[in-house]
Design a protein around this ligand. Structure first.
Ligand code: GDP
Length: 479
């Protein structure tokens, strides 16, 4: 790594090992083909089977996406409530829900589910999806059209909705329906507060039933892919798609999520100004879930303990300030992200007021400090997306427990982060952090149910590639 600015002369693989296809208008979404210039070569290559399934998905999407003949036809059926037998296009509709990190993870989950079930993924634009993400599929949009009949009900869909799958099961709505046709649509409540009935989604028997429903409408704030790997009927296909299980979000994320030009501007300008010239880039993502206003001393202690102990950042010289020779010292750029600026100021001042024992020069940067999570301001989520992406461009990453913001960065970057344990009782945990087992996100609310035996089971103990997470003992992740 020479650390110099990305140069266009280097022949980089702009299609990411054929994960992407050529032929999109480059200028409408610069990031799509430029991202390779800012990243290291892919450590892993997508399987040829994944590539072929993506190509066939693109064909399906072109045939069934918004305003195609098939789409209009099934929409008519949905509106009229009239059954005309099985439709040739089936859909999964993703409802825009929760913070941006969560949305990126759930959208990837919904897309993989669509791939596995031969459905077309359609995206509720919400307030800002088109402002943040380019279209990932050629020619036909992934955005649900504004005339979609149920679009105004998305906010009010919940566990008690009459069309909620779990609720229908609970009320035995399917009991006497032998011979009768399946519903046109079902609402799948997959948010963190979902109940045992909703969780039956993860059973083969229920997947069998859902197969017959043309429209599945899903609301979730969880990366539920690890549990898809425990559904027997998906097992073989998933193993063909992802021989290396650790790369699921990495590839799906790189395939789906291309920042729009305004966000790409935020990313590239920042990278060129502050990060590109350093010999090494270190990302530190701070997310504090404690109530009260920071910065907290115990969080700062933890950041320093982790980065020093793991040799990610050099110790400072507490003796006489040593004025280092002018010359070619190694430089490290530290990219910090946080809602508040307190941690960044402390770390930056520390490396200004003292020299390092290694002689390295440390620059510390933080793009924004938005103070609190916001939902309405356009620039707020553009910056959040830009920061996740910038973190993914670093060489070494330190993240906070429980944060999907950090999961997105590690997954896109193909990085196994050092995860800082969640502080308890306002004290820095010891050890402060540990290296992640894999770059995969953690599923925070997985089911613990054995569908066949109809009893509870520890789903983190069933197969070697689905384990409990480093940062959440009851969560599940792929390794
Ligand atoms: P999670 O809550 O950490 O899992 O991450 P989410 O992305 O789902 O929700 C947190 C939201 O708070 C983000 O979408 C941002 O809007 C905001 N946020 C949290 N941390 C940061 C940060 O470091 N920088 C910026 N710009 N926004 C942040």
């Amino acid at each position: 790594e020479d650390g110099s600015s990305p140069s266009v002369e280097q022949p980089k693989d702009k299609l990411l090992g054929d994960l992407l296809i050529d032929g999109f208008d480059e200028r409408s979404c610069l990031s799509r083909y430029q991202s390779a210039l800012y990243r290291k070569e892919l450590l892993h290559k997508p399987s040829s089977y994944l590539i072929s399934r993506l190509r066939s998905y693109e064909t399906l999407h072109k045939r069934c996406g918004p305003y195609t003949e098939s789409y209009n036809k099934t929409l008519e059926q949905l509106k009229s409530g009239q059954h005309t037998g099985p439709s040739d296009c089936n859909y999964v509709v993703w409802i825009s829900f929760s913070g941006l990190g969560n949305r990126i993870l759930t959208l990837a989950s919904a897309f993989l589910y669509a791939l596995l079930t031969n459905r077309v993924l359609l995206v509720d634009p919400g307030v800002d999806m088109p402002d943040l993400f380019c279209e990932p599929f050629p020619e036909v949009s992934w955005l649900l059209s504004p005339d979609f009949p149920l679009i105004n009900q998305f906010d009010s869909f919940n566990q008690k909705s009459p069309h909620c799958y779990g609720n229908m099961l609970k009320n035995n709505n399917f009991a006497n329906s032998t011979g009768s046709l399946p519903p046109h649509f079902v609402y799948l409540h997959m948010a963190h507060d979902y109940n045992d009935h909703d969780k039956l989604f993860f059973c083969d028997q229920d997947q069998n039933f859902l197969q017959k429903v043309p429209w599945l409408i899903m609301k979730t704030d969880n990366y539920f892919i690890p549990s898809l790997f425990l559904i027997p009927s998906f097992e073989q296909e998933l193993s063909n798609l992802f021989p290396n299980k650790e790369t699921v979000f990495h590839f799906l994320g790189r395939y789906l999520f291309h920042p729009t030009n305004p966000v790409w501007g935020l990313i590239t300008r920042y990278h060129q100004a502050y990060l590109a010239k350093a010999d090494e880039r270190i990302g530190i993502q701070i997310r504090v879930f404690d109530t009260g206003v920071g910065p907290f001393q115990h969080v700062l202690d933890q950041i320093l303990a982790c980065t020093m102990k793991e040799n990610l950042l050099p110790e400072i010289n507490m003796q006489e300030p040593i004025v280092s020779q002018l010359g070619n010292q190694r430089s490290k750029a530290v990219l910090m992200t946080s809602l508040s600026s307190g941690y960044f100021e402390k770390v930056r001042n520390m490396y200004w007021e003292h020299s390092t024992v290694t002689g390295e020069v440390i620059g510390v940067y933080q793009p924004s400090h938005e103070e609190y999570q916001q939902t309405q301001k356009q620039m707020h989520n553009r910056k959040a997306w830009a920061e996740m992406y910038l973190l993914s461009l670093t060489d070494v990453l330190v993240t906070s427990s429980w944060s999907t913001f950090g999961y997105v960065a590690q997954g896109l970057g193909g990085l196994k982060p050092w995860i800082m344990y969640k502080p308890e009782n306002q004290t820095a945990p010891d050890p402060p952090c540990r290296r992640a087992m894999s770059m995969e996100p953690c599923f925070h609310a997985p089911p613990f149910y054995d569908c066949k035996a109809k009893r509870g089971v520890d789903t983190g103990e069933l197969v070697p590639h689905v384990r409990h997470c480093e940062d959440m003992s009851w969560g599940l992740k792929l390794v």
